[in-house]
Design a protein around this ligand. Structure first.
Ligand code: FMN
Ligand code: ADP
Length: 293
């Protein structure tokens, strides 16, 4: 049960928490502060698109855990409301009254340009204002980049093409993959490049297969340079997808630790090498590239 503090709220999926979302968060923070309210980002779990079976890309830029961490790091409260078909079918007036005004004790509302509440998306900003004339609310207009609206799908597209720098300019920070270091095949150490295999959350968007320069953080702590492979390691066999980081100048057992992998630059696509020696030589060159970036 949530404490009944008075809140300023914004609602949405906010997949990626990109620069457009961050503008909404910034306005939320300012408006909340001016009114003595707790700034609160309200999202849904699972993502509304997954529950509603809306066609299109199922992958997400941010898992709920990643989103919560990012939002809280901005000093905002984060609430993930359970989402289901039943919730989706509620008329917007009921959802808004019960959840937003009742449960969350919302006193001020900040909405993005395209957010809609309730069944059939009928709860537009104007519909909310008309149905709840006592509610104070503002709408934030869309943010553009290079003449195009900033959107999660543009970022997904960039990442699937290996364009991580482009994704960084939309996200305002590098694309991050968060997870726990798990066991791999224990082969990396035998070729001189031990790799920490990171297990991601479900539906996490996997960028183009290949080698990347990255910065990793263990247990939210010190940053290390790393070279990362994303793919199925065709030189070894047709294996399940792995995201593996060889951390430069580092030699510690880190199994079970949490790891953030921030992708900084795409180096090259994943390749099938004829021998382990060739693979080893190439990883060495990738590591030099990552060291000098
Ligand atoms: C920077 C880097 C690049 C890699 N590139 C490839 C590649 O192009 N093709 C490939 O088959 N495997 C590639 N690998 C994956 C290695 O095959 C993998 O690290 C090795 O199989 C060890 O796996 P393990 O950690 O499960 O023991 C790369 C690994 C690293 C660290
Ligand atoms: N420089 C390093 N980069 C990444 N992991 C390292 C490094 N040095 C030691 N390790 C440790 O070695 C493990 C990886 O060794 P590796 O032989 O590739 O095994 P696995 O197949 O289980 O990933 C990592 O999970 C970590 O605990």
């Amino acid at each position: 049960m949530l404490d009944l503090v008075a809140r300023a709220v914004t609602v949405g999926n906010f997949d990626g928490c990109h620069l457009g979302h961050q503008e909404v968060f910034q306005i939320l923070r300012t408006e909340a502060k001016a009114r003595g309210l707790v700034p609160t980002v309200v999202s849904f779990e699972p993502h509304t698109r997954h529950v509603l079976g809306i066609p299109g890309h199922p992958a997400l830029l941010t898992t709920t855990e990643e989103k919560s961490f990012f939002v809280r790091s901005l000093g905002l409260d984060f609430v993930a409301l359970p989402f289901s078909r039943q919730v989706a079918e509620q008329p917007f007036q009921q959802f808004f009254q019960e959840k937003i005004l009742g449960e969350l004790n919302t006193k001020f509302l900040v909405l993005g340009h395209d957010h809609r509440f309730g069944a059939a998306g009928k709860g537009t900003f104007d519909a909310i204002i008309a149905a709840f004339p006592d509610v104070s609310a503002i709408q934030v207009s869309a943010k553009y980049k290079d003449g195009e609206i900033l959107s999660s799908s543009r970022i997904r597209n960039a990442l699937e093409n290996g364009a991580v720098e482009r994704a960084t300019t939309f996200l305002g920070r590098p694309y991050r993959i968060h997870g726990i270091v798990v066991d791999g095949k224990h082969l990396g150490r035998t070729i001189g490049f031990p790799t920490a295999n990171v297990q991601t959350g479900a539906f996490k968007l996997i960028p183009k297969y290949g080698s990347y320069a990255a910065v990793v953080r263990l247990q939210n702590s010190t940053a290390h340079r790393a070279v990362v492979n994303i793919g199925r390691q065709p030189s070894i066999g047709d294996l399940p997808l792995a995201i593996e980081a060889h951390i430069l100048d580092f030699n510690q057992n880190i199994y079970g630790q949490s790891m953030d992998v921030d992708l900084v630059a795409f180096i090259r696509p994943e390749q099938k090498f004829d021998s382990l020696d060739d693979l080893k030589r190439q990883i060495g060159m990738d590591a030099d590239f990552a060291r000098n970036i």
